[in-house]
Design a binder for this molecule. Structure first.
Ligand code: ATP
Ligand code: MG
Ligand code: MG
Length: 377
């Protein structure tokens, strides 16, 4: 039976979900997105749009009345409002899971209670808690906003005692937690999915390189030993076992100096580090998400070829209209997100560089260096 799918958020993630849905006309008849920006990226590829804030209660009710299934591309939706519209539409992942994940403190408490490794952390209610925590964890440590953070904007690294007041004041009235700094060797992630029937599949481990807390490159597969890969994929599966709800989840992890894995955070949605799957894998993460929430069998997560995903970010010194990029290059798949305005470090697009001739990840990385100057907006 074909379904009408509502998505909270119509940015690039919603856009790529909508594009995947177009290839499944027997399953999805229409996409409606809720997004505050007129003609958002998802609307540009044919999704109907309700123009409203993500947390606008009436808009969420309207979306639920028009949709059979609701999902999201951002984790900041109001889980209480979503819970109240469950009678109108099936919601995946469940509002309950969203509630746990969207608060980093609740999320880490949940993981810890289930024996899944996370960095040490404490809840913060006042500045004395910060001082206490720093005594316990030492410097540096990270003061983190519990909710609505992305691209590292909700994190403040406290390097020394004289930074405590500034760090604390930076957050004003936000709810906070303090986390021990993990001097990691590498950041990695696993894209995992569970469908409504309970089937679970994970994509192979990938390596993530950040620039100023923003994802810049994803390398598939990650350049780590088989042992580390197995351990990370095992921890991802354990996480999926305890986490309820159907859909794709992005599980971000650190590889510590002594080769242990700890989870940094989980996103209850398709994830930037899964964009490589569009060209590298038998099933893309976007199709997988649709399969998961529509109750279809999950697709194969086999990695068919080494691939590097590179994010096109706005230049640090520029804000305004820009010319959409073109990068004519063999084995390079560019996707721009249709955003009119560039802002410093704004995600404007990405490309996947794939291996076709047995090129290794190292070969691809060399090739990437020569392409980077042409990949600037
Ligand atoms: P995202 O855009 O991935 O949602 P976010 O704003 O939720 O980002 P985090 O993922 O918590 O932020 O942190 C951003 C980056 O900061 C991480 O990818 C990592 O590089 C660094 N970081 C976060 N926590 C720690 C930690 N405990 N120790 C060391 N580095 C950390
Ligand atoms: Mg995050
Ligand atoms: Mg993160």
């Amino acid at each position: 039976m074909t379904k009408i799918l509502g998505i909270i958020g119509g940015g690039q993630l919603g856009m790529m979900i909508a594009e995947a849905a177009k290839k499944m006309p027997e399953n999805v008849s229409k996409i409606i997105v809720l997004d505050p920006t007129e003609n958002c990226p998802a609307a540009q590829v044919g999704a109907e749009q309700i123009v409203a804030d993500f947390k606008d209660k009436n808009a969420i009710i309207e979306l639920s009345e028009k949709s059979d299934i609701i999902t999201y591309e951002i984790e900041s939706g109001d889980s209480e409002v979503l819970k109240s519209v469950e009678k109108n539409a099936e919601i995946n992942p469940s509002p309950e899971t969203l509630h746990t994940i969207q608060d980093k403190f609740l999320q880490k408490t949940f993981l810890k209670e289930h024996g899944i490794p996370v960095p040490e952390f404490i809840e913060i209610s006042n500045i004395d808690d910060v001082k206490e925590g720093l005594k316990k964890f030492g410097y540096p440590a990270l003061l983190k906003a519990r909710r609505d953070a992305y691209d590292g904007r909700g994190n403040f690294k406290v390097d020394s005692e004289d930074m405590v007041q500034t760090a604390y004041d930076y957050f004003k009235d936000q709810k906070l937690m303090l986390e021990k700094f993990v001097p990691f060797k590498m950041e990695v992630s696993v894209i995992a999915a569970r469908n409504t029937k309970g089937e679970i599949k994970t994509f192979p481990l990938v390596e993530n390189i950040h620039e100023e807390n923003i994802l810049r490159e994803t390398i598939a597969p990650a350049r780590v030993s088989e042992e580390i890969t197995k351990n990370a994929e095992k921890i991802a599966s354990q996480t999926m076992d305890v986490l309820k709800g159907a859909g794709v989840f992005g599980i971000e992890m650190f590889v510590t100096r002594d080769d242990q894995i700890v989870i940094n955070e989980i996103a209850p949605r398709v994830h930037n580090s899964g964009h490589h799957t569009l060209e590298s894998s038998e099933t893309s993460q976007f199709e997988q998400h649709l399969r998961a929430i529509l109750g279809l069998d999950l697709g194969s997560t086999k990695l068919l070829r080494p691939t590097i995903m590179y994010n096109i970010l706005g230049t640090k010194t520029f804000e305004g209209e820009y010319k959409p990029l073109e990068i004519p290059e063999e084995n390079l798949f560019l996707k721009m997100y249709g955003k009119k305005i560039s802002k410093p470090m704004r995600k404007l697009g990405h490309f996947n560089l794939i291996s076709t001739n047995n090129e290794s990840v190292e070969d691809l990385l060399k090739k990437l260096e020569s392409i980077k100057p042409r990949a600037a907006v």
